[in-house]
Write a protein that binds this ligand. Structure first.
Ligand code: SF4
Length: 351
């Protein structure tokens, strides 16, 4: 079949935003305990029996591609904790309508898995890395694994991946003094660094506006160090605005907190147990596991997805910003609420 014959137009939501980008969480488990995502001692986990099999995930992804999805990103929790993940990668990489298959990982297990993921057909890797200092990493994540992450980033390069990215969550008073060091590190390892404003999402129970190091502050800092910073002119629905240094180095800033980009958002999120969320901030998801396991037809599941997307009005980050103007912006959900429904946690819905 020709590529043109495979292409299917995307459905659109009430703001004419297409359904293109699906983030698939393969596990809610994580081997780090980052302050901004999993600051608590105890968590309520998804029921193991509810976690979708690879075949179920492939089936759902296949249905999503018939409605316009052509980019799939595997997330978690930490996706490399899911056993035999390269098997799922191979299944999705062979899908003719999945044009971009990527993963976001904390990198701890990458050294062991990078080659298998590459050989299975994974296209791109994004590694989360918030500091180059081992002792700071330990304080931030409550785990001693910094060297494993750096080794994992090396492994990604050596097995041949292109387009690797490093995602850095920037928190005022925590790591804003390392932004230049991280950018220089990205140059050395051939990865584009994306700096992410600290967000008041579910799980970020210690968030406050005072801890946000804004996009404007980042650009000022880089301008002082490097001189003129130019925006990269491109049409994209990607969350990062990209910039170029005088030496040609490109980096990104994801400014969801101070400069939301909901108007172009084509992303949705599927949890490991088959709940589908239309927005990072959505409090309710759509249960796709139950109809899938109860034998609903493909057309029924497709109608459920299509109907939900065409009614979509979510613009969560913009709504949060409006609260700021009223002086009432605080963590999205308090710990009690997170314990009642683990789907509200970012480590469950894949950040
Ligand atoms: S807040 Fe929701 S609508 Fe806005 S960019 Fe994020 S996921 Fe999209």
């Amino acid at each position: 079949m020709s590529p043109a014959a495979l292409w299917l137009p995307s459905i659109t939501d009430t703001f004419a935003r297409p359904l293109r980008n699906l983030r698939v969480s393969v596990t809610d488990r994580c081997n780090l305990r980052c302050q901004y995502c999993m600051p608590e001692e105890e968590y309520v986990w998804l029921r193991r029996d509810d976690v979708l099999t690879f075949e179920e995930l492939r089936e759902l992804v296949d249905i999503f591609t018939e409605l316009g999805v052509d980019k799939v990103r595997l997330t978690g929790g930490e996706p490399l904790l899911r056993r035999d993940l390269p098997t799922l990668v191979r299944m999705l990489a062979q899908h003719p309508r999945v044009k971009d298959l990527a993963i976001t990982t904390n990198g701890v297990l990458l050294t062991d898995q990078a080659r298998a993921l590459y050989e299975a057909g994974l296209h791109r890797v994004t590694v989360s890395l918030d500091t180059l200092r081992p002792e700071r990493f330990q304080a931030l994540t409550r785990r001693d694994a910094h060297h494993k992450v750096l080794d994992g980033i090396d492994a990604v390069r050596h097995v041949g991946f292109q387009g690797t990215k490093i995602d850095t969550v920037v928190m005022r008073g925590t790591n804003e003094d390392e932004l230049v060091d991280l950018l220089e590190y990205g140059k050395r390892v051939g990865a584009e660094v994306r700096f992410i404003e600290y967000m008041d999402v579910g799980g970020a129970t210690q968030w406050s506006m005072a801890k946000v190091f804004s996009r404007a502050a980042m650009l000022e800092l880089f301008g002082q160090r490097y001189g003129r910073i130019e925006p990269v002119v491109e049409i994209s629905s990607a969350p990062a605005d990209r910039f170029v240094l005088p030496d040609g180095t490109v980096f990104g800033i994801i400014a969801s907190t101070t400069t939301p980009f909901c108007r172009t958002c084509d992303r949705s999120r599927l949890t490991a147990d088959g709940m589908w969320y239309l927005c990072l901030y959505a409090q309710k998801g759509i249960d796709l596991r139950t109809p899938l396991r109860e034998g609903a037809s493909r057309e029924d599941i497709k109608s459920l997805i299509a109907g939900s997307w065409t009614r979509r009005r979510d613009r969560g980050a913009e709504a949060r910003k409006e609260l700021e103007a009223l002086g009432v912006r605080a963590p999205l959900i308090q710990i009690e609420g997170l314990r009642e429904d683990p789907h509200l946690e970012m480590h469950t819905r894949g950040g």
